[in-house]
Design a protein around this ligand. Sequence first.
Ligand code: ATP
Length: 229
Amino acid sequence: MTALLEVSGLEATYGASQALFGVNLRVDAGEVVALMGRNGMGKTTTVKCLCRMMPASGVLQFDGQDLSRLPSHRAARLGIGLVPEGRRCFRDLTVEENLTAAARPGAWDVATVGQLFPRLAERRTQRAASLSGGEQQMLAIGRALMTNPRLLILDEATEGLAPIVRQEIWAAIARLKRDTGLAILIIDKTLSELRQISDRGVILTRGRSVWEGPFDALSPDLAHRHLGV
Ligand code: ATP
């Protein structure tokens, strides 16, 4: 089977400082894969390379096409939807304007995003700046879905949110997996939630992939050694 996303030997630098030394990662259609590692190990840098927000070397393929030389808007057009760390949205635009600004044709539109996140439907005409942190995160996910991606990348989508709001976000991701079969690459600090939702995990340590496999194979010893939990 052709992988939807295939990354191998990925290397990247910030100026003179090398951050990635060999990341290998594969996501098949319909799969949820967790990208894990302690702080500063290269998860967000990997995501930036996938979304073509920084140069990288190595194999970087999406649906069999070479991504490595594409500008970021072309990567988005191929079907990579990013929910960036820090839940960025246009603060002065309304919820609906934020969503429509990201729209590309497909099953996801303002109505279907509103079904996934009823709170966004209720706040359709409110400015994004007036939303709570959790609602802004829902809006960031909604914006990525509006691009009708084939791969959704979630970078720390539950960070800094109250437990009850985190549960809402996890429930929405579980619904996406169950109802749409969307391929998802997910970065998060909560191992227990990742374990429940992901088909496989990949661990990065100092810019390298050091472990890959199903969560059942992630022993407490490995989790302690590579994730500090
Ligand atoms: P976190 O969980 O803290 O977000 P991470 O695994 O996503 O961590 P990255 O943000 O990818 O880690 O960082 C990988 C390495 O690259 C770190 O050593 C970090 O200091 C470095 N780095 C990240 N962003 C920059 C930057 N803009 N300029 C220089 N170095 C950077």
